[in-house]
Design a protein around this ligand. Structure first.
Ligand code: FPP
Length: 254
C-alpha cells in the first residue's frame, strides 16, 4: 500500500517535471542509431536480428517524438560508407524501409507524420525507392512531425555535391568568390528545408559523428547515450531531452 503510494507520487512528479518543460523541447532531434550488431551479438543472434529490432525501436521512437511535439526527427539509417558491409547485411538493411513502411505507414498517416529523406536515394534498389516514394506521396499533406531518413547519406559527399551544384549555378551568373556565403552553401544541402538539429543523440556509447550532418551540427548539443539502439526507448529519449534542457546553448556567444 505504502509502496503504491510512493510510486504514484514518483510518477506524478515525472509528469509534472515533463509538463513544466514542454516549452523547451528541441525542435529538431537527429539520431545516430548505433549498436544493432552488438545487441545481436550479446544474444548470440545474427546481426540482421539486431537491425530488425532496431527497426522496431524506430517505430517506438517515432511515435514518442511525435507525441512530444518534436517537429523534425532525422534518423541515420544508412551511410555512404555502409555499402562496404557484407552483401547479405546490406541487402537486409535495404529491405528494412519496405518492411517498416508496410507495417507502419498507416500509423504514420494517423499520427500526421510526414516522411522525407536526405541522401543519394537514386542509388537505392528499386524496391526500396518505390516504398519510400509511396510513403512520401501518402504523407505529403501531413502537417505534423517530419520523419527524415538519412539513407545512403554522408556529410562529406553532401558537401561535395552541394558545392558542385553551387559552382554550376555561380558560373552561369559569372558570380565572384564574395557571393559564396554560409547561407548559400546551406541552401544547396539536402537539409535546406530544415532547421539545424538542436540535439544530436548517438546510442551505444560510441562518441563519434561518423560523417553525419557534419555541417549542420555545428551548434547542436551532443548526447552520447549508453544504450544499444534496440534497447533505446521513450524513457531514454525523455532523459536525453531533460539533459538537453539542463544545458545552456550559447552559439559561440557569452
Ligand atoms: C548501426 O548499428 C546501424 C545501422 C548501420 C543500420 C541502422 C538501421 C536501423 C536502426 C533500422 C532502420 C530502419 C528503417 C526503417 C530504415 P551497427 O550495425 O553498426 O551496430 P554495431 O556497431 O553494434 O555493429
Amino acid at each position: 500500500m505504502f509502496k503504491n503510494l510512493k510510486n504514484k507520487k514518483k510518477s506524478q512528479s515525472i509528469q509534472e517535471h515533463s509538463d513544466s518543460d514542454l516549452h523547451n523541447i528541441p525542435e529538431h532531434i537527429a539520431i545516430i542509431m548505433d549498436g544493432n550488431g552488438r545487441w545481436a551479438k550479446k544474444r548470440k543472434l545474427p546481426r540482421i536480428k539486431g537491425h530488425y529490432e532496431g527497426m522496431q525501436t524506430v517505430k517506438k521512437i517515432t511515435k514518442a517524438a511525435s507525441d512530444m511535439g518534436i517537429k523534425y526527427l532525422t534518423l541515420y539509417a544508412f551511410s555512404t560508407e555502409n555499402w562496404s558491409r557484407p552483401e547479405s547485411e546490406v541487402n537486409y538493411i535495404m529491405n528494412l524501409p519496405v518492411n517498416f513502411l508496410k507495417t507502419f505507414l498507416p500509423e504514420l498517416i494517423e499520427n500526421n507524420v510526414k516522411v522525407e529523406t536526405i541522401g543519394f536515394i537514386d542509388n537505392l534498389p528499386s524496391s526500396t525507392l518505390k516504398a519510400i516514394d509511396k510513403a512520401k506521396e501518402d504523407t505529403k499533406n501531413n502537417t505534423g512531425m517530419k520523419l527524415i531518413f538519412a539513407i545512403n547519406y554522408g556529410g562529406r559527399a553532401e558537401i561535395v555535391h552541394s558545392v558542385k551544384s553551387l559552382y554550376e549555378q555561380l558560373s552561369k551568373k559569372q558570380a565572384c568568390a564574395e557571393d559564396i556565403t554560409e547561407a548559400l552553401i546551406s541552401e544547396y544541402l539536402f537539409t535546406n528545408k530544415y532547421p539545424d538539429p538542436d540535439l544530436l543523440i548517438r546510442t551505444s556509447g560510441e562518441q563519434r559523428i561518423s560523417n553525419f550532418l557534419i555541417w549542420q551540427v555545428s551548434y547542436s548539443e551532443f548526447i552520447f547515450n549508453e544504450k544499444l539502439w534496440p534497447d533505446f526507448d521513450k524513457n531514454e529519449l525523455e532523459n536525453c531531452i531533460k539533459i538537453y534542457q539542463s544545458r545552456q546553448r550559447r552559439f559561440g556567444g557569452l
